[in-house]
Design a protein around this ligand. Structure first.
Ligand SMILES: NC(=O)c1ccc[n+]([C@@H]2O[C@H](COP(=O)([O-])OP(=O)(O)OC[C@H]3O[C@@H](n4cnc5c(N)ncnc54)[C@H](OP(=O)(O)O)[C@@H]3O)[C@@H](O)[C@H]2O)c1
Length: 264
């Protein structure tokens, strides 16, 4: 059996970081190389897995010796640039699920893909990868139908519409040959209340402990299709991110997607 792939987690103290640390413990084809937290975090120097004989500790910087493997980033958009820069500096493959990335940050991912393997996904669930493919097919087959996307999440979520909703909208627009930024309406209010032709509209719900729900609605006079995905447990994202880390290790530089992991 080949040696386990070293994995660096960035945002290790967060909800996703903690879930990924647990998933790494379950598998023997990947191994934790470092658990990075925000500078000044109360977690720094605390053991990650206290029961192990020589416990690895949470750190705010990556030890110089770590130069192979995969950096998995689930942090915040403002911390994203330094995470990507670290992966580039150490020649680590980069897997990220951090959402709320603006256009310059998305462009930075494309540039980085010239030097290292890069996989960013707004949603690491297997079901959403399949949903995305279904949305592409439906949007292409029914180019004249209205497309609107409704998402629901817990109230602590920092961005709206969700990264997944935007990614679904981008997928639909791409398969219709539309410029997403020109047709997207991120919230319907005021001047945007009335639907105009070819628009892709979004609506966000924030309530309770909803892990993540996405409905892509395609409608025309007399009929409609609703493609729905409901996540009930954030473990699906952690398992998907670790599967992506395992899959991308050793691949040539390039931009990959979770659909590549699921369908290849
Ligand atoms: N793609 C997917 O499938 C998926 C699924 C779920 C969530 N997400 C996204 O993943 C991100 C994290 O989500 P979450 O629920 O885990 O949020 P969270 O619990 O708020 O965790 C974010 C973590 O990032 C840490 N952080 C902030 N700045 C940092 C820095 N400079 N270096 C290292 N760590 C830093 C924070 O540290 P402190 O705790 O010290 O503030 C926090 O622990 C969000 O963007 C979320 O939307 C994506």
């Amino acid at each position: 059996m080949s040696p386990p792939i070293p994995v660096v987690i960035r945002g290790a103290a967060g909800r996703m970081g903690q879930a990924i640390l647990r998933v790494l413990e379950e598998r023997d084809d990947v191994v934790l190389a470092a658990a990075l937290v925000r500078a000044g975090s109360a977690q720094v120097d605390r053991p990650v897995y206290p029961s192990t004989e020589v416990p690895l500790r949470y750190a705010e910087a990556l030890a110089p010796g770590v130069t192979t493997g995969v950096l998995v980033d689930f942090s915040v958009a403002e911390a994203f640039d330094t995470g990507l820069a670290l992966a580039l500096e150490r020649r680590l493959a980069f897997v990220s699920g951090t959402t709320g990335l603006d256009e310059p940050r998305r462009a930075a991912l494309d540039r980085a893909a010239g030097s290292i393997p890069v996989l960013w996904s707004a949603n690491f669930s297997l079901g959403v990868a399949v949903l995305t493919r279904l949305v592409r097919d439906a949007a292409r087959a029914l180019p004249e139908w209205d497309c609107e996307i409704v998402e629901a999440h817990h109230g602590r979520k920092l961005d709206a519409p969700s990264g997944t909703a935007l990614a679904l909208g981008r997928a639909a627009a791409a398969d219709r040959g539309q410029d997403f930024d020109a047709v997207a309406v991120l919230a319907r209010a005021g001047e945007q209340a009335v639907r105009r032709e070819a628009q892709i509209g979004f609506a966000a719900v924030r309530a309770g402990d909803i892990v993540g729900e996405h409905t892509v609605l395609l409608a025309t006079a007399g009929e409609r299709i609703e493609l729905v995905h409901r996540a009930t447990d954030r473990w699906i994202f952690a398992r998907g991110a670790v599967a992506a880390a395992r899959w991308i290790a050793g691949r040539p530089p390039g931009r990959y997607t979770i659909e590549d992991v699921v369908f290849s």
